[in-house]
Design a protein around this ligand. Structure first.
Ligand SMILES: [Ca+2]
Ligand SMILES: [Ca+2]
Length: 243
């Protein structure tokens, strides 16, 4: 009786081992991992279980497809990481108008509106002091700037849709507005106190696409060397690429 039991246990163990080996091998063949150049990975379940490919690696060799539209993580000066799915295309890249506030910053290098365009590029105050023009635009007390996305449109996606990269430890109270045509504006309220990611969901209709962003300093930080908000960049987290 005891011998029979041992034989039964051995056969059962071998059976389970064989089953696990088969399942593991089958599992390997059904999945494929794609490695992208930005370090991200995507696991794809294959329809054809006998497919020989189990791994594709784009992380070396520099794929040029997408012309810079790859999603990318950006950090603001408060250490917040923001993932922008359309990458460098999804930043305001044209100045429509700039109304410098009063008083203006004494440092003239902080007054170029072009410094608010493109990907965020502020590194440190020391690095900026070595440049002919700073990496951010200071609005001056009560100043405003209107900027345009030419390569993408801002749309509502799940969660935050727009991020203002402001320089400094706190976001100075700034009114944020968006527009489809540069004439009719939707007021999203104020950004302040480090809350620079904004969800436009409650302000827009499904399918709306926005081309313009306007920022107006709310006159609460009018003293000091750099009165008004300091804007490094503005990115659309919710983005569609236009031709
Ligand atoms: Ca949203
Ligand atoms: Ca900048």
């Amino acid at each position: 009786m005891r011998k029979k039991s041992i034989i039964f246990m051995s056969v059962a163990t071998m059976f389970v081992f064989a089953l696990l080996t088969w399942a593991f091998a089958a599992d390997l063949k059904k999945k494929m991992t794609i490695h992208y150049s930005d370090g991200k990975r995507q696991v794809v379940i294959l329809d054809e279980p006998s497919c020989e490919i189990s791994n594709i690696d784009f992380s070396t060799g520099g794929s040029e497809s997408g012309a810079g539209s790859e999603g990318k993580d950006y950090s603001d000066t408060k250490g917040t990481k923001v993932f922008i799915p359309c990458g460098k295309l999804a930043f305001v890249d044209q100045v429509v108008s700039f109304n410098l506030g009063s008083p203006v910053p004494k440092e003239r290098r902080a007054l170029s509106p072009n410094s608010a365009l493109g990907e965020p590029d502020f590194v440190s105050d020391d690095a900026d002091l070595k440049l002919p023009v700073f990496t951010y635009t200071t609005l001056g007390c009560g100043g405003s700037i209107t900027l345009e996305f030419t390569k993408v449109r801002l749309v509502d996606v799940n969660g935050p849709d727009l991020h203002v990269f402001e320089v400094g430890p706190s976001v100075e109270p700034t009114q944020l507005e968006i527009s489809k045509d540069g004439t009719n504006w939707i007021n999203l309220g104020r950004i302040s106190g480090g809350k620079a990611s904004v969800d436009i969901h409650n302000f827009v209709s499904p399918g709306d696409q926005f081309r313009y962003v306007r920022l107006t300093d709310l006159r609460s930080a009018c003293g000091g060397e750099y009165p008004g908000a300091d804007i490094d960049a503005i990115g659309a987290i919710g983005c569609v690429i236009v031709e």
